[in-house]
Design a protein around this ligand. Structure first.
Ligand code: URA
Length: 196
């Protein structure tokens, strides 16, 4: 049977912007469905001006159905706490909503299949923080080194709106790297000072 492509959040849920759509629970738009325990949908304040976009759910996220709740999430939480940014005041999401096998990066095709959902999540935001390579590849088409673009303002167009895009390191890249951690801290501080 042909699958309808879009699925709305509950219409009576005011916490969800009306334009936001999500995959069906039985989504099969790409091959990642084969290994999925749970879809991992955006968390935090879905109406926030700010979106953080990571790569893809890992094992813990797949088990719990929430983004950034495993090791990377713990580090992101700590940095946000240190810098005084309340995680519940921003939206956190990923390029794809299902866990890739063995935590590999999502492919172009997988990100393209999920882009309609990501786009609906990002529509109307004032700033997007791109956490790491997959996010920057998906949203900027950037294939170079993260070090060359981290914390340098870019902009992307989501439907009819231009949105500030700040590339930064993924928390997983910060676990044993002081320089990357400092750069991610600086991104978080800027979000706290200018947007929250
Ligand atoms: N890494 C990501 O990019 N996203 C998550 O949700 C968890 C780990």
């Amino acid at each position: 049977m042909k699958q309808s492509r879009l699925f709305n959040y509950r219409e009576d849920d005011d916490s969800v912007p009306p334009e936001m759509v999500r995959p069906r629970d039985d989504c099969k738009l790409c091959g990642l469905c084969a290994g999925r325990t749970n879809l991992v949908l955006p968390s935090g304040d879905l109406r926030s001006r700010v979106a953080f976009v990571g790569e893809a759910p890992g094992e813990t996220e797949d088990n719990l159905g929430r983004p950034f709740v495993g090791k990377s999430g713990k580090l992101l939480d700590r940095l946000m706490k240190d810098e005084g940014l309340d995680r519940s005041k921003v939206m956190i999401t990923n390029t794809v909503k299902c866990r890739p096998p063995n935590n590999r990066a999502p492919t172009e095709e997988e990100m393209a299949a999920c882009r309609q959902f990501l786009e609906s999540e990002l529509y109307g935001k004032d700033v997007i923080v791109g956490l790491g390579k997959s996010s920057c590849r998906d949203l900027l088409g950037y294939e170079g080194k993260m070090g060359d673009i981290v914390n340098k303002d870019r902009s992307i167009v989501v439907r009819d709106r231009e949105i500030l895009f700040i590339p930064t390191y993924h928390p997983a890249a910060c676990i044993y790297n002081r320089g990357s951690t400092d750069a991610l801290r600086a991104t978080i501080r800027r979000i706290r000072d200018e947007f929250v």
